[in-house]
Design a binder for this molecule. Structure first.
Ligand SMILES: [Zn+2]
Ligand SMILES: [Zn+2]
Length: 326
């Protein structure tokens, strides 16, 4: 039993260098988020709830379309306006600077499930979900991180500006805007806007992001490559705007849909990127052809698998996301 708990937590404290400041900060943020969760059931203005849902979509796409599919994987091309828009959206959820996030994520793909993977799922659920933030990086992460090609982001003035001022920008976009807008425009109390609209929303997005590294690496079908841990997790997909089709994503990391399907409520991020393309801001969306996917499934995956397009699942998943928020 103790052994199982140790595996789940990824606990080998004797070998871990705990960053107590991060432990303290994350604990405090979670206590504040719990209070925000309590406030959400009280007398909250409908506009505050609608604004929280809107801002959560902005934050969600900032992580999924911005930090992940655009800056990390370059799965589509955007003009400078897209750089600025997605960087601003990424700042609405402070998860390190865009540059650091992308370096860690590229490392995660290149050295997946090894000690050089910053959120190595072989170290247990707790470690790959949040534990990796609470301890100092493994020496392999630091060493192999230097070999990751980051030249595209180093050459991007928007990303470098965000890197230089990431704390100030996080204060503005993650804290001040969601706290002050409902207070200023429709007189919501500052306690509600701060604890519910800001901290609760922030912690919710954090856990949704982390769920991709934990649940979607440990639980689900492995249809495209059964030799790797990342899995197709429909529950993670529904709450993460399409990031839970993770076996597909690790098999075809350059596909802008991060999934085989595109017309799916569980993949709001794809809808968002397609909308940018409709207005001519995004071009060259890379995607895997049916033939390529079929060949890969025959070679490394599960040929009996059929992608699901259940409308009931889609709508249920989207409602779950909204209910968690509002
Ligand atoms: Zn992954
Ligand atoms: Zn990725």
């Amino acid at each position: 039993m103790i052994c199982r708990l140790r595996n789940w937590f990824g606990v080998r404290f004797g070998h871990l260098d705990i960053v107590w400041l991060n432990v303290f900060m994350l604990s405090m943020i979670h206590v504040a988020a719990l209070y925000g969760f309590y406030l959400k059931f009280l007398n909250v203005n409908i506009y505050t709830r609608l604004f929280a849902i809107f801002y959560c979509h902005v934050s969600g796409c900032g992580v999924t379309a911005g930090r992940h599919r655009y800056f990390s994987h370059r799965s589509f091309k955007g003009n400078r306006a897209v750089d600025i828009l997605l960087a601003m959206m990424a700042c609405t959820t402070f998860e390190q600077s865009i540059y650091t996030w992308c370096r860690d994520h590229r490392l995660h793909h290149k050295h997946s499930e090894t000690d050089a993977d910053p959120y190595n799922s072989n170290r247990g659920f707790f470690f790959c979900h949040v534990g990796w933030i609470l301890v100092r990086k493994h020496k392999d992460v630091k060493e192999k991180g230097k070999s990751i090609d980051m030249s595209d982001l180093l050459d991007n003035p928007v990303v470098m500006f965000e890197y230089k001022y990431c704390l100030q920008l996080a204060l503005i976009f993650t804290v001040l805007i969601p706290t002050l807008v409902p207070w200023y425009f429709w007189n919501e109390s500052l306690a509600v806007t701060f604890f519910y609209g800001t901290v609760y929303r922030f912690v919710l997005i954090l856990h949704i992001t982390w769920s991709v590294n934990s649940f979607a690496h440990l639980y689900g079908m492995r249809n495209y490559d059964k030799h790797i841990n990342p899995a197709e997790n429909t529950y993670v997909s529904t709450i993460s705007m399409g990031e839970g089709f993770h076996n597909y994503h690790h098999t075809f990391p350059w596909d802008y849909k991060a999934a085989e399907l595109s017309n799916d409520f569980r993949n709001f991020t794809t809808f968002f990127i397609d909308s940018l393309a409709y207005f001519g801001m995004v071009t060259e969306r890379k995607t895997a052809s049916k033939q390529l996917i079929g060949k890969r499934i025959e070679r490394t995956g599960d040929p009996g698998y059929k992608s699901s397009t259940s409308i009931v699942k889609n709508i249920f998943g989207y409602l779950l996301f909204v209910v968690l928020l509002a």
